[in-house]
Design a protein around this ligand. Structure first.
Ligand code: SF4
Length: 310
């Protein structure tokens, strides 16, 4: 091939590559570089379909009006479009871009206007297989961003507070941010980011779901803050029960109360499935509000035995 032709082919490829990366730049907002392909490939195909059909767009619309009540219309519309596929949507890219406030619903209308064979091609790109994440380490900003996003799109939201911190501030920020959004009905998937072991992030995620009222497998420990009435090692017992159930992978969704005293404990934990309320070096076992018996000695072991019977 003569040198000038090689140069021309090279320039052509460079031009096409530049065009694709320009599209990538325009779409870079919610997508990370390694995710560009999820959008660029289908958008490139849609744009190519669009450009092919644009010269006959009006002819297809006119034909569609005439034949839309017939049983079989494909042949008429293919003839009008000049291709084996067509689009009966009134939108073009120009009219889509002219109405940015309604671009999502209008673009969906445009996509659904394609003939079945073109839609089959587009379906392979999993257009809707996307969740959007717009995290921030600032809880008020993160919540405001998700609320705004939810008001603009129906795409599922992946919620989280990023770089939240360790297992104190990180848990508080995640509980507020993720839990707050869940309580508002926002969020489809979640991620807790802690400066801690990855499994603790997962446990925290389950706990936030539980606290927000979602039915999550595993126990929910209810415990009081202790006070002058507490006469047994309640904090150690509560931590030990929680640790042992977690380590054994206990999956029943039981509410388990560990309360400091028999005076107020059973009443304050009245909606628990099972619980104990401390006396002096002993604990009263109660099951669904009913006082069962006093536990002495290995309180943790006996409580776990009762929990496993439920
Ligand atoms: S349950 Fe008893 S020990 Fe616990 S905070 Fe209430 S009064 Fe104090």
């Amino acid at each position: 091939m003569p040198n000038d032709k090689i140069s021309a082919v090279g320039a052509n490829i460079a031009e096409k590559a530049a065009m694709i990366w320009n599209v990538a730049d325009m779409l870079r907002g919610p997508f990370k570089p390694h995710e560009y392909g999820l959008v660029i490939l289908p958008m490139t195909v849609v744009k190519r379909f669009h450009d092919c059909l644009l010269p006959t767009h009006q002819a297809v619309l006119d034909t569609y009006e005439k034949v839309k009540k017939l049983q079989v219309i494909d042949g008429f519309l293919q003839k009008a479009s000049g291709y084996q596929f067509y689009n009966t949507s009134r939108f073009t890219f120009e009219t889509l871009l002219a109405d940015p406030d309604n671009i999502e619903s209008n673009f969906r209308d445009y996509l659904s206007g394609f003939s079945t064979n073109a839609q089959d091609v587009l379906a392979k790109f999993d257009f809707d297989n996307i969740v959007i994440s717009i995290k921030s380490s600032n809880v008020p900003r993160m919540m405001a961003a998700y609320r705004l996003l939810a008001s603009q799109t129906d795409y599922p939201l992946h919620v989280g507070v990023t770089e939240a911190g360790g297992n104190r501030m990180g848990l508080i920020k995640s509980g507020m941010g993720i839990g707050g959004l869940l309580m508002e009905g926002l969020g489809d998937t979640l991620r807790v980011s802690l400066t801690d072991e990855p499994e603790n992030e997962v446990y925290a995620g389950y706990d936030i779901l539980r606290a927000a009222g979602y039915a999550v497998a595993g126990p929910e420990i209810i415990s009081c803050p202790t006070c002058g009435r507490t006469q047994y090692p309640m904090i150690e017992i509560a931590n030990e029960v929680e640790r042992r159930l977690r380590d054994e992978g206990f999956k029943k969704p039981l509410k388990i109360a560990i309360m400091g005293c028999v005076v107020n404990g059973p009443g304050e934990a009245s909606d628990a499935d099972i619980g104990i309320a401390g006396g002096k070096d002993e604990a009263l076992l109660f099951i669904r509000g009913e006082k069962i018996r006093m536990l002495k000695g290995d309180i943790v072991g006996q409580l776990l035995e009762e929990i496993h019977k439920m």
